[in-house]
Design a protein around this ligand. Structure first.
Ligand SMILES: [Zn+2]
Length: 171
């Protein structure tokens, strides 16, 4: 008899645990669904995708247009080959020094990366300045008319009497 009661008890316990687990996974799923379908998550995803595509354009602009143009102006100075080897010996190139196992401070590459970054930042700044200027132009015109509350005609904002129904208008 005692054993049977124990079995029932255990079954009851198991059932409760199962229900608890189901409830937990359900609320987790609901939470995740809410998170994933929230507008800002989708906005964020779109932002990342557009950002990735935009990075390509900016990189292309820098590598294919700006860098060649600048190198004409600066007489084709290539910073990236500038380096100092810490073993005191002179090497033909960064690659040669690295092959010889020397520790190299490749400050030229560092300078190149900084210049690249500054150019990208400048491009973005110009792009967004132009972009927001264009957007501001598209902004709606300021409101100059209002609706007469009596006849619903469009009348000048400053009118104190309606031109259509001659009602006096309290401001
Ligand atoms: Zn009116």
């Amino acid at each position: 008899m005692g054993k049977k009661i124990d079995l029932e008890k255990e079954q009851e316990k198991l059932k409760k645990l199962k229900e608890k687990a189901e409830k937990k996974s359900k609320s987790f799923l609901t939470e995740f669904k809410q998170f994933a379908t929230k507008g800002n998550v989708i906005d964020m995803a779109i932002g990342v995708i557009i950002g990735t595509a935009f990075t390509k354009i900016v990189n292309s602009l820098v590598n294919d247009v700006i860098t060649p143009s600048l190198s004409v102006l600066t007489g084709k100075i290539d910073f990236s080959s500038l380096f100092v080897s810490l073993d005191g010996l002179t090497y033909e190139s960064v690659e040669a020094a690295k092959e010889a196992g020397a520790t190299v401070i490749n400050y030229g590459q560092f300078l190149t990366n900084i210049v690249d970054f500054l150019m990208v930042a400048l491009c973005l700044f110009i792009f967004f300045k132009v972009f927001f200027k264009a957007r501001r132009k598209e902004a709606p015109k300021p409101v100059t008319t209002k609706k007469c509350p009596y006849c619903l005609s469009e009348i000048p904002l400053e009118a104190t009497r309606c031109a259509h129904c001659t009602s006096e208008l309290k401001e």
